[in-house]
Design a protein around this ligand. Structure first.
Ligand code: CMC
Length: 431
Protein backbone atom coordinates (compact mmCIF):
# COMPACT_ATOMS: atom_id res chain seq x y z
CA UNK A 1 0.00 0.00 0.00
CA UNK A 2 1.11 3.55 -0.71
CA UNK A 3 0.92 6.32 1.89
CA UNK A 4 -0.97 9.39 0.70
CA UNK A 5 0.14 13.00 1.17
CA UNK A 6 -3.34 13.54 2.46
CA UNK A 7 -3.93 12.86 6.18
CA UNK A 8 -7.10 12.48 8.20
CA UNK A 9 -7.51 14.73 11.21
CA UNK A 10 -9.76 13.64 14.02
CA UNK A 11 -10.87 16.38 16.37
CA UNK A 12 -12.93 16.20 19.55
CA UNK A 13 -15.47 18.63 20.93
CA UNK A 14 -14.21 18.15 24.50
CA UNK A 15 -10.93 19.86 23.82
CA UNK A 16 -8.77 16.71 23.61
CA UNK A 17 -5.90 17.21 21.16
CA UNK A 18 -6.46 16.44 17.45
CA UNK A 19 -5.12 13.18 16.09
CA UNK A 20 -3.58 12.90 12.66
CA UNK A 21 -4.07 9.58 10.91
CA UNK A 22 -2.24 8.30 7.81
CA UNK A 23 -4.21 7.49 4.65
CA UNK A 24 -3.18 4.79 2.18
CA UNK A 25 -4.02 4.24 -1.49
CA UNK A 26 -4.62 0.80 -2.93
CA UNK A 27 -4.32 0.03 -6.66
CA UNK A 28 -8.06 0.69 -7.04
CA UNK A 29 -11.00 1.35 -4.78
CA UNK A 30 -11.47 3.59 -1.76
CA UNK A 31 -8.49 4.80 0.26
CA UNK A 32 -8.21 3.65 3.87
CA UNK A 33 -7.50 5.58 7.06
CA UNK A 34 -4.95 3.77 9.22
CA UNK A 35 -6.38 3.70 12.74
CA UNK A 36 -3.95 1.18 14.22
CA UNK A 37 -2.43 3.73 16.57
CA UNK A 38 -5.75 5.35 17.49
CA UNK A 39 -6.19 3.49 20.78
CA UNK A 40 -2.62 4.25 21.85
CA UNK A 41 -3.13 7.93 21.08
CA UNK A 42 -6.68 8.48 22.33
CA UNK A 43 -7.67 5.51 24.49
CA UNK A 44 -10.65 5.04 22.17
CA UNK A 45 -11.67 2.28 19.76
CA UNK A 46 -13.62 2.67 16.53
CA UNK A 47 -17.09 1.12 16.45
CA UNK A 48 -18.12 -0.71 13.27
CA UNK A 49 -20.20 -3.84 13.84
CA UNK A 50 -20.78 -5.65 10.54
CA UNK A 51 -17.59 -4.01 9.16
CA UNK A 52 -19.57 -1.44 7.16
CA UNK A 53 -16.56 0.89 6.89
CA UNK A 54 -13.65 -1.29 7.92
CA UNK A 55 -10.93 -2.81 5.72
CA UNK A 56 -9.76 -5.75 7.81
CA UNK A 57 -6.62 -6.45 5.78
CA UNK A 58 -4.54 -5.62 2.74
CA UNK A 59 -5.05 -8.07 -0.13
CA UNK A 60 -3.87 -8.46 -3.73
CA UNK A 61 -6.26 -11.24 -4.74
CA UNK A 62 -9.78 -10.11 -5.60
CA UNK A 63 -11.26 -6.70 -6.32
CA UNK A 64 -14.94 -5.79 -6.44
CA UNK A 65 -16.35 -2.48 -7.63
CA UNK A 66 -19.85 -2.76 -6.23
CA UNK A 67 -21.17 0.37 -7.96
CA UNK A 68 -19.97 -0.70 -11.39
CA UNK A 69 -20.83 -4.36 -10.82
CA UNK A 70 -17.26 -5.44 -11.54
CA UNK A 71 -15.37 -8.45 -10.19
CA UNK A 72 -11.66 -9.02 -10.88
CA UNK A 73 -9.49 -11.96 -9.80
CA UNK A 74 -5.87 -10.74 -9.73
CA UNK A 75 -6.93 -8.00 -12.16
CA UNK A 76 -8.74 -10.21 -14.68
CA UNK A 77 -12.50 -9.60 -15.18
CA UNK A 78 -14.68 -12.52 -14.16
CA UNK A 79 -16.35 -12.48 -17.62
CA UNK A 80 -13.00 -13.17 -19.34
CA UNK A 81 -12.04 -15.88 -16.88
CA UNK A 82 -15.44 -17.56 -17.30
CA UNK A 83 -15.04 -17.55 -21.07
CA UNK A 84 -11.34 -18.24 -21.57
CA UNK A 85 -10.17 -20.28 -18.58
CA UNK A 86 -11.18 -23.30 -16.61
CA UNK A 87 -11.55 -23.64 -12.87
CA UNK A 88 -8.07 -25.04 -12.25
CA UNK A 89 -6.50 -22.18 -14.26
CA UNK A 90 -8.49 -19.86 -12.00
CA UNK A 91 -7.21 -21.69 -8.91
CA UNK A 92 -3.63 -21.28 -10.13
CA UNK A 93 -4.28 -17.58 -10.71
CA UNK A 94 -5.79 -17.04 -7.26
CA UNK A 95 -3.02 -18.94 -5.51
CA UNK A 96 0.03 -17.66 -7.38
CA UNK A 97 -1.05 -14.33 -8.89
CA UNK A 98 -0.66 -15.14 -12.61
CA UNK A 99 -2.43 -17.37 -15.11
CA UNK A 100 -0.39 -20.50 -15.83
CA UNK A 101 1.57 -20.89 -19.09
CA UNK A 102 1.11 -24.20 -20.96
CA UNK A 103 3.76 -26.04 -18.96
CA UNK A 104 2.61 -24.73 -15.58
CA UNK A 105 -0.96 -25.54 -16.51
CA UNK A 106 -0.16 -29.13 -17.35
CA UNK A 107 1.88 -29.54 -14.15
CA UNK A 108 -0.79 -27.95 -11.93
CA UNK A 109 -3.65 -29.97 -13.43
CA UNK A 110 -1.63 -33.18 -12.92
CA UNK A 111 -0.72 -32.17 -9.38
CA UNK A 112 -4.33 -31.53 -8.35
CA UNK A 113 -5.54 -34.64 -10.16
CA UNK A 114 -3.02 -36.82 -8.35
CA UNK A 115 -4.37 -35.80 -4.92
CA UNK A 116 -8.09 -36.43 -5.42
CA UNK A 117 -8.31 -39.61 -3.35
CA UNK A 118 -9.02 -39.32 0.37
CA UNK A 119 -7.77 -41.54 3.17
CA UNK A 120 -9.92 -44.67 3.29
CA UNK A 121 -10.66 -44.00 6.96
CA UNK A 122 -12.69 -40.93 5.93
CA UNK A 123 -15.59 -43.17 4.89
CA UNK A 124 -15.75 -44.72 8.35
CA UNK A 125 -15.70 -41.26 9.86
CA UNK A 126 -18.73 -40.44 7.68
CA UNK A 127 -20.63 -43.39 9.12
CA UNK A 128 -21.03 -41.56 12.40
CA UNK A 129 -23.49 -39.19 10.75
CA UNK A 130 -27.19 -39.84 10.29
CA UNK A 131 -28.00 -40.51 6.65
CA UNK A 132 -30.36 -37.51 6.63
CA UNK A 133 -27.80 -35.09 8.12
CA UNK A 134 -27.52 -31.79 6.27
CA UNK A 135 -24.56 -32.05 3.86
CA UNK A 136 -23.10 -28.81 5.26
CA UNK A 137 -23.03 -30.34 8.75
CA UNK A 138 -21.29 -33.37 7.28
CA UNK A 139 -18.84 -31.25 5.27
CA UNK A 140 -17.93 -29.08 8.25
CA UNK A 141 -17.03 -32.30 10.06
CA UNK A 142 -15.19 -33.89 7.14
CA UNK A 143 -13.09 -30.83 6.35
CA UNK A 144 -12.25 -30.32 10.03
CA UNK A 145 -11.47 -34.04 10.14
CA UNK A 146 -8.87 -33.58 7.39
CA UNK A 147 -6.62 -32.02 10.02
CA UNK A 148 -6.44 -35.43 11.66
CA UNK A 149 -5.44 -37.07 8.37
CA UNK A 150 -3.21 -34.59 6.60
CA UNK A 151 -1.95 -32.03 9.12
CA UNK A 152 0.66 -33.94 11.16
CA UNK A 153 3.62 -32.55 9.29
CA UNK A 154 2.21 -29.14 8.27
CA UNK A 155 4.31 -26.19 9.38
CA UNK A 156 2.07 -23.24 8.53
CA UNK A 157 5.07 -20.89 8.53
CA UNK A 158 6.66 -22.84 5.69
CA UNK A 159 5.30 -21.59 2.31
CA UNK A 160 5.92 -24.99 0.70
CA UNK A 161 3.85 -26.70 3.38
CA UNK A 162 1.05 -24.15 2.96
CA UNK A 163 1.08 -24.87 -0.74
CA UNK A 164 0.75 -28.61 -0.14
CA UNK A 165 -2.27 -28.00 2.13
CA UNK A 166 -3.82 -25.80 -0.59
CA UNK A 167 -3.46 -28.56 -3.21
CA UNK A 168 -4.78 -31.22 -0.82
CA UNK A 169 -7.86 -29.13 -0.10
CA UNK A 170 -8.63 -28.17 -3.70
CA UNK A 171 -8.10 -31.74 -4.90
CA UNK A 172 -10.07 -33.49 -2.15
CA UNK A 173 -13.08 -31.20 -1.74
CA UNK A 174 -14.98 -32.66 -4.74
CA UNK A 175 -14.36 -36.16 -3.41
CA UNK A 176 -15.65 -35.19 0.04
CA UNK A 177 -18.74 -33.38 -1.29
CA UNK A 178 -19.59 -36.35 -3.52
CA UNK A 179 -19.04 -38.75 -0.58
CA UNK A 180 -21.37 -36.67 1.60
CA UNK A 181 -24.00 -36.94 -1.16
CA UNK A 182 -23.55 -40.67 -1.75
CA UNK A 183 -23.73 -41.34 1.97
CA UNK A 184 -27.03 -39.47 2.17
CA UNK A 185 -28.62 -41.47 -0.64
CA UNK A 186 -27.11 -44.77 0.51
CA UNK A 187 -25.13 -45.44 -2.67
CA UNK A 188 -21.53 -46.70 -2.81
CA UNK A 189 -18.84 -44.04 -3.03
CA UNK A 190 -17.33 -43.64 -6.48
CA UNK A 191 -13.56 -43.26 -6.43
CA UNK A 192 -12.12 -40.34 -8.41
CA UNK A 193 -10.96 -40.88 -11.97
CA UNK A 194 -7.93 -38.69 -12.51
CA UNK A 195 -8.16 -38.85 -16.30
CA UNK A 196 -11.24 -36.63 -16.17
CA UNK A 197 -11.43 -32.86 -15.79
CA UNK A 198 -12.00 -31.40 -12.32
CA UNK A 199 -15.73 -30.87 -12.90
CA UNK A 200 -16.12 -34.01 -15.05
CA UNK A 201 -14.61 -36.06 -12.24
CA UNK A 202 -16.99 -34.47 -9.75
CA UNK A 203 -20.03 -35.26 -11.95
CA UNK A 204 -18.92 -38.88 -12.18
CA UNK A 205 -18.33 -39.19 -8.43
CA UNK A 206 -21.80 -37.70 -7.86
CA UNK A 207 -23.88 -39.50 -10.44
CA UNK A 208 -21.84 -42.53 -11.48
CA UNK A 209 -22.27 -45.95 -9.89
CA UNK A 210 -19.98 -48.99 -9.92
CA UNK A 211 -22.59 -50.80 -12.09
CA UNK A 212 -22.20 -48.93 -15.33
CA UNK A 213 -19.99 -46.56 -17.30
CA UNK A 214 -20.66 -42.90 -16.65
CA UNK A 215 -20.37 -40.60 -19.64
CA UNK A 216 -19.71 -36.98 -18.76
CA UNK A 217 -22.02 -34.55 -20.58
CA UNK A 218 -19.70 -31.73 -21.83
CA UNK A 219 -22.39 -29.04 -21.49
CA UNK A 220 -22.98 -29.91 -17.84
CA UNK A 221 -19.24 -30.26 -17.28
CA UNK A 222 -18.69 -26.75 -18.63
CA UNK A 223 -21.63 -25.36 -16.63
CA UNK A 224 -20.29 -26.82 -13.41
CA UNK A 225 -16.82 -25.54 -14.15
CA UNK A 226 -18.30 -22.06 -14.60
CA UNK A 227 -20.20 -22.31 -11.32
CA UNK A 228 -16.87 -23.14 -9.66
CA UNK A 229 -15.09 -20.19 -11.33
CA UNK A 230 -17.83 -17.73 -10.33
CA UNK A 231 -17.71 -18.84 -6.70
CA UNK A 232 -13.92 -19.19 -6.41
CA UNK A 233 -13.28 -16.00 -4.44
CA UNK A 234 -15.05 -12.83 -3.38
CA UNK A 235 -12.60 -10.82 -1.28
CA UNK A 236 -13.33 -10.30 2.43
CA UNK A 237 -16.84 -11.80 2.68
CA UNK A 238 -18.08 -13.39 5.92
CA UNK A 239 -16.64 -16.88 5.38
CA UNK A 240 -13.28 -15.61 4.08
CA UNK A 241 -12.98 -13.25 7.04
CA UNK A 242 -13.86 -16.20 9.27
CA UNK A 243 -11.07 -18.26 7.72
CA UNK A 244 -8.60 -15.40 8.14
CA UNK A 245 -9.61 -14.78 11.75
CA UNK A 246 -9.56 -18.47 12.60
CA UNK A 247 -6.22 -18.98 10.84
CA UNK A 248 -4.72 -15.90 12.50
CA UNK A 249 -4.31 -17.87 15.72
CA UNK A 250 -1.87 -20.14 13.89
CA UNK A 251 -4.31 -23.06 13.75
CA UNK A 252 -3.94 -25.63 10.98
CA UNK A 253 -5.34 -24.75 7.55
CA UNK A 254 -7.89 -27.59 7.45
CA UNK A 255 -9.47 -26.39 10.70
CA UNK A 256 -9.55 -22.81 9.39
CA UNK A 257 -11.27 -23.91 6.16
CA UNK A 258 -13.79 -25.94 8.20
CA UNK A 259 -14.65 -22.68 9.99
CA UNK A 260 -15.22 -21.11 6.57
CA UNK A 261 -17.55 -23.95 5.57
CA UNK A 262 -19.56 -23.43 8.77
CA UNK A 263 -19.90 -19.70 8.13
CA UNK A 264 -20.84 -20.18 4.48
CA UNK A 265 -23.79 -22.36 5.48
CA UNK A 266 -25.89 -19.39 6.70
CA UNK A 267 -28.78 -18.20 4.48
CA UNK A 268 -27.42 -14.64 4.31
CA UNK A 269 -24.26 -16.02 2.70
CA UNK A 270 -23.74 -19.30 0.81
CA UNK A 271 -26.97 -20.81 2.10
CA UNK A 272 -28.86 -18.28 -0.05
CA UNK A 273 -28.76 -20.57 -3.11
CA UNK A 274 -30.67 -23.28 -1.22
CA UNK A 275 -33.01 -20.69 0.32
CA UNK A 276 -33.58 -19.11 -3.10
CA UNK A 277 -34.61 -22.36 -4.73
CA UNK A 278 -36.88 -23.21 -1.81
CA UNK A 279 -38.45 -19.77 -2.20
CA UNK A 280 -39.05 -20.28 -5.93
CA UNK A 281 -40.63 -23.67 -5.24
CA UNK A 282 -42.83 -22.14 -2.58
CA UNK A 283 -44.09 -19.41 -4.96
CA UNK A 284 -44.61 -22.08 -7.62
CA UNK A 285 -46.71 -24.11 -5.17
CA UNK A 286 -48.74 -20.97 -4.32
CA UNK A 287 -49.70 -20.62 -7.99
CA UNK A 288 -46.51 -19.55 -9.79
CA UNK A 289 -46.14 -16.35 -11.82
CA UNK A 290 -49.71 -15.26 -10.99
CA UNK A 291 -48.70 -15.04 -7.32
CA UNK A 292 -45.49 -13.04 -7.82
CA UNK A 293 -47.21 -9.72 -7.00
CA UNK A 294 -48.64 -11.09 -3.76
CA UNK A 295 -45.22 -12.50 -2.77
CA UNK A 296 -43.53 -9.18 -3.52
CA UNK A 297 -45.93 -7.39 -1.18
CA UNK A 298 -44.75 -9.71 1.59
CA UNK A 299 -41.11 -9.02 0.74
CA UNK A 300 -41.71 -5.28 1.00
CA UNK A 301 -43.58 -5.61 4.29
CA UNK A 302 -40.87 -5.31 6.95
CA UNK A 303 -43.03 -7.14 9.50
CA UNK A 304 -43.31 -10.27 7.36
CA UNK A 305 -39.66 -11.25 7.79
CA UNK A 306 -39.69 -12.41 4.14
CA UNK A 307 -36.74 -11.50 1.92
CA UNK A 308 -36.31 -11.98 -1.79
CA UNK A 309 -33.53 -14.55 -1.59
CA UNK A 310 -30.84 -14.25 -4.24
CA UNK A 311 -31.31 -10.46 -4.23
CA UNK A 312 -29.17 -7.80 -2.62
CA UNK A 313 -25.53 -7.71 -1.66
CA UNK A 314 -23.42 -5.85 0.87
CA UNK A 315 -20.97 -4.74 -1.83
CA UNK A 316 -22.80 -4.85 -5.17
CA UNK A 317 -25.12 -1.90 -5.57
CA UNK A 318 -25.49 -2.83 -9.22
CA UNK A 319 -26.08 -6.10 -11.11
CA UNK A 320 -23.81 -8.83 -9.71
CA UNK A 321 -21.66 -9.73 -12.77
CA UNK A 322 -21.76 -13.36 -11.68
CA UNK A 323 -25.58 -13.36 -11.92
CA UNK A 324 -25.39 -12.37 -15.61
CA UNK A 325 -22.97 -15.21 -16.38
CA UNK A 326 -25.07 -17.61 -14.36
CA UNK A 327 -28.21 -16.66 -16.29
CA UNK A 328 -26.34 -17.44 -19.53
CA UNK A 329 -25.28 -20.84 -18.16
CA UNK A 330 -28.83 -21.45 -17.01
CA UNK A 331 -30.08 -21.00 -20.60
CA UNK A 332 -27.41 -23.38 -21.96
CA UNK A 333 -28.06 -26.13 -19.41
CA UNK A 334 -31.84 -26.00 -19.67
CA UNK A 335 -31.60 -26.11 -23.47
CA UNK A 336 -29.21 -29.08 -23.36
CA UNK A 337 -31.57 -30.97 -21.07
CA UNK A 338 -34.73 -30.00 -22.99
CA UNK A 339 -35.99 -27.99 -20.02
CA UNK A 340 -36.31 -24.59 -21.77
CA UNK A 341 -39.81 -24.30 -20.39
CA UNK A 342 -38.71 -24.95 -16.82
CA UNK A 343 -41.38 -23.14 -14.77
CA UNK A 344 -38.93 -22.14 -12.03
CA UNK A 345 -36.64 -20.41 -14.55
CA UNK A 346 -39.64 -18.54 -15.99
CA UNK A 347 -40.70 -17.63 -12.46
CA UNK A 348 -37.19 -16.41 -11.57
CA UNK A 349 -37.11 -14.20 -14.68
CA UNK A 350 -40.56 -12.78 -13.86
CA UNK A 351 -39.49 -12.05 -10.29
CA UNK A 352 -36.31 -10.37 -11.48
CA UNK A 353 -38.21 -8.19 -13.96
CA UNK A 354 -40.72 -7.03 -11.37
CA UNK A 355 -38.05 -6.41 -8.75
CA UNK A 356 -35.85 -4.39 -11.10
CA UNK A 357 -38.80 -2.08 -11.88
CA UNK A 358 -40.09 -1.81 -8.32
CA UNK A 359 -39.30 1.33 -6.30
CA UNK A 360 -38.51 -0.69 -3.17
CA UNK A 361 -35.66 -2.49 -4.94
CA UNK A 362 -34.57 0.43 -7.12
CA UNK A 363 -34.21 2.80 -4.14
CA UNK A 364 -32.21 0.25 -2.14
CA UNK A 365 -30.13 -0.76 -5.16
CA UNK A 366 -31.07 -4.40 -4.80
CA UNK A 367 -30.10 -6.54 -7.79
CA UNK A 368 -29.94 -10.30 -8.38
CA UNK A 369 -26.81 -11.88 -6.93
CA UNK A 370 -25.00 -15.05 -8.02
CA UNK A 371 -27.41 -17.25 -6.09
CA UNK A 372 -30.51 -16.15 -7.94
CA UNK A 373 -29.85 -18.44 -10.92
CA UNK A 374 -27.26 -20.87 -9.62
CA UNK A 375 -29.85 -23.03 -7.87
CA UNK A 376 -31.84 -23.50 -11.08
CA UNK A 377 -28.71 -24.64 -12.93
CA UNK A 378 -27.69 -26.98 -10.14
CA UNK A 379 -31.16 -28.47 -9.81
CA UNK A 380 -31.27 -29.10 -13.60
CA UNK A 381 -27.90 -30.89 -13.39
CA UNK A 382 -29.41 -33.12 -10.70
CA UNK A 383 -27.71 -31.66 -7.62
CA UNK A 384 -30.09 -31.93 -4.66
CA UNK A 385 -31.11 -28.59 -3.15
CA UNK A 386 -29.49 -29.40 0.20
CA UNK A 387 -26.14 -29.86 -1.51
CA UNK A 388 -26.08 -26.46 -3.28
CA UNK A 389 -24.10 -24.76 -0.52
CA UNK A 390 -21.73 -27.73 -0.47
CA UNK A 391 -20.83 -26.97 -4.09
CA UNK A 392 -20.30 -23.34 -3.16
CA UNK A 393 -17.93 -24.49 -0.39
CA UNK A 394 -16.07 -26.73 -2.83
CA UNK A 395 -15.54 -23.83 -5.23
CA UNK A 396 -14.72 -21.25 -2.54
CA UNK A 397 -12.06 -23.46 -0.94
CA UNK A 398 -9.40 -22.03 -3.26
CA UNK A 399 -10.35 -18.48 -2.31
CA UNK A 400 -10.24 -19.29 1.38
CA UNK A 401 -6.86 -20.97 1.20
CA UNK A 402 -5.38 -18.30 -1.10
CA UNK A 403 -6.50 -15.59 1.35
CA UNK A 404 -5.29 -17.56 4.36
CA UNK A 405 -1.88 -18.14 2.77
CA UNK A 406 -1.65 -14.48 1.78
CA UNK A 407 -2.29 -13.49 5.40
CA UNK A 408 0.20 -15.93 6.92
CA UNK A 409 2.82 -15.01 4.33
CA UNK A 410 2.56 -11.35 5.36
CA UNK A 411 5.35 -10.57 7.86
CA UNK A 412 3.06 -7.98 9.52
CA UNK A 413 0.25 -10.40 10.28
CA UNK A 414 -1.06 -10.56 13.83
CA UNK A 415 -3.75 -12.59 15.53
CA UNK A 416 -7.16 -10.97 14.81
CA UNK A 417 -8.58 -9.57 18.01
CA UNK A 418 -11.47 -7.08 17.70
CA UNK A 419 -12.47 -4.97 20.71
CA UNK A 420 -15.93 -4.00 21.99
CA UNK A 421 -18.10 -1.31 23.47
CA UNK A 422 -19.12 -2.81 26.81
CA UNK A 423 -22.72 -2.06 27.82
CA UNK A 424 -23.29 -4.75 30.50
CA UNK A 425 -23.35 -4.18 34.24
CA UNK A 426 -20.43 -2.28 35.76
CA UNK A 427 -18.43 -4.01 38.49
CA UNK A 428 -20.69 -5.05 41.39
CA UNK A 429 -20.47 -7.34 44.41
CA UNK A 430 -22.52 -10.39 45.36
CA UNK A 431 -24.45 -9.30 48.51
N1 CMC B 1 -35.15 -8.69 0.04
C1 CMC B 1 -35.81 -7.64 0.55
N2 CMC B 1 -35.20 -6.57 1.10
C2 CMC B 1 -33.88 -6.57 1.14
C3 CMC B 1 -33.11 -7.63 0.63
C4 CMC B 1 -33.79 -8.72 0.05
N3 CMC B 1 -33.13 -9.76 -0.45
N4 CMC B 1 -31.80 -7.37 0.80
C5 CMC B 1 -31.74 -6.19 1.43
N5 CMC B 1 -32.99 -5.70 1.63
C6 CMC B 1 -33.34 -4.39 2.22
C7 CMC B 1 -33.11 -4.39 3.72
O1 CMC B 1 -34.26 -4.80 4.40
C8 CMC B 1 -32.76 -2.94 3.96
O2 CMC B 1 -33.97 -2.19 3.92
P1 CMC B 1 -34.11 -0.86 4.86
O3 CMC B 1 -33.03 0.06 4.41
O4 CMC B 1 -35.48 -0.37 4.57
O5 CMC B 1 -33.94 -1.34 6.29
C9 CMC B 1 -31.96 -2.56 2.71
O6 CMC B 1 -32.43 -3.43 1.67
C10 CMC B 1 -30.45 -2.69 2.84
O7 CMC B 1 -30.18 -4.02 3.21
P2 CMC B 1 -29.15 -4.46 4.33
O8 CMC B 1 -29.74 -5.59 5.12
O9 CMC B 1 -28.67 -3.26 5.08
O10 CMC B 1 -27.97 -4.96 3.43
P3 CMC B 1 -26.76 -5.82 3.91
O11 CMC B 1 -25.60 -5.36 3.16
O12 CMC B 1 -26.64 -5.82 5.41
O13 CMC B 1 -27.21 -7.31 3.50
C11 CMC B 1 -27.52 -9.28 2.25
C12 CMC B 1 -26.81 -7.93 2.34
C13 CMC B 1 -26.91 -10.09 1.12
C14 CMC B 1 -27.33 -10.07 3.55
C15 CMC B 1 -29.02 -9.03 2.01
O14 CMC B 1 -29.20 -8.30 0.81
C16 CMC B 1 -29.82 -10.32 1.98
O15 CMC B 1 -30.17 -10.84 3.03
N6 CMC B 1 -30.12 -10.86 0.74
C17 CMC B 1 -30.81 -12.12 0.63
C18 CMC B 1 -29.85 -13.26 0.91
C19 CMC B 1 -28.89 -13.49 -0.25
O16 CMC B 1 -29.29 -13.57 -1.40
N7 CMC B 1 -27.60 -13.66 0.07
C20 CMC B 1 -26.58 -14.00 -0.91
C21 CMC B 1 -25.50 -12.97 -1.04
S1 CMC B 1 -24.51 -13.32 -2.51
C22 CMC B 1 -23.74 -14.80 -2.18
C23 CMC B 1 -22.69 -14.69 -1.16
O17 CMC B 1 -21.72 -13.93 -1.38
O18 CMC B 1 -22.80 -15.35 -0.12
Amino acid sequence: MKASENKAKLSFTNGSPDVELPIYHGTMGPDVIDIRKLYGQTGMFTYDPGFLSTASCESAITYIDGDKGELLYRGYPIEQLAQKCDYLDTCFLLLYGELPDAQQRDKFHKLVNSHTMVNEQMQFFLRGFRRDAHPMAVLTGLVGGMSAFYHESTDIHNPRHRDVAAIQLIAKMPTLVAMAYKYGVGEPYVYPNNALSYSGNFLRMMFGTPCEEYKVNPVLEKALDRIFILHADHEQNASTSTVRLCGSSGTNPFAAIAAGVACLWGPSHGGANEACLNMLEEIQAMGGIAKVGEFMEKVKDKNSGVKLMGFGHRVYKNYDPRAKLMQETCNEVLQELGLEKDPLFALAKALEKIALEDDYFVQRKLYPNVDFYSGIVQRAIGIPVKLFTGLFALARTVGWIAQLNEMIGDPEYKIGRPRQLFVGPARRNIP
